[in-house]
Design a protein around this ligand. Structure first.
Ligand SMILES: [Fe+2]
Length: 189
């Protein structure tokens, strides 16, 4: 987790400038991740084809709206901590630790399989950020946990399409978006 070298001139009461900078560094990574997620979800909204098109196309937009609100709250928390949130596309590309979304035009089930992987990665990192801020800054920790309530619900919406009546996920054991998409597609055919 990269930490910021720049110290704020002020931060929230009870944190030192160094602590404010550390929390802001953690939140900047989450800002990059959720900015990427909002863009990726819109890309999926535009590129799903085949059976269940309208259901999946319309399921995605409320997720985009919710993630954009999370992005705004993260950026404003970084500013509240005394540092400048960085929200340009160049920052996302320069600082992200994951690959660009793997699928273009593809079936609804393939995109849902890939999105299962996407949400898994985002949620794991968000949970780690929540754990890392628990001692440092309860308010940032609360913000991240609030996001997780929604992100984990959205992940379930995705997974419910990939689940058998016996409760098994078609994407189980997948290691990439493409392999999750392939497994989901096979299970559906
Ligand atoms: Fe649209």
């Amino acid at each position: 987790m990269p930490t910021r070298k720049q110290l704020p001139n002020y931060t929230v009461p009870s944190l030192t400038p160094a602590q404010g900078a550390e929390v802001a560094g953690i939140l900047q990574q989450r800002l990059n991740s959720l900015n990427d997620l909002a863009l990726t979800l819109k890309h999926v909204h535009w590129n799903v084809v085949g059976p269940h098109f309208i259901a999946v196309h319309e399921m995605i937009d409320p997720q985009v709206d919710a993630v954009r609100l999370m992005v705004d709250a993260l950026a404003e928390r970084i500013a509240t901590l005394g540092l400048a949130p960085r929200g340009t596309p160049g920052v996302i590309v320069a600082e992200r630790t994951w690959d660009d979304y793997a699928l273009g035009r593809a079936s609804t089930i393939a995109h849902l399989g890939a999105l299962d992987e996407v949400y898994q990665g985002v949620i794991l990192s968000h949970r780690k950020a929540a754990a890392d801020t628990e001692e440092l800054d309860l308010v940032s920790n609360d913000l991240l946990i609030g996001h997780l309530h929604e992100l984990e619900l959205f992940h379930w919406f995705i997974r419910a399409h990939l689940e058998s009546s016996g409760g098994d996920l078609s994407t189980a054991g997948a290691t990439s978006e493409q392999s999750a998409a392939d497994q989901a597609g096979k299970a559906d055919s």
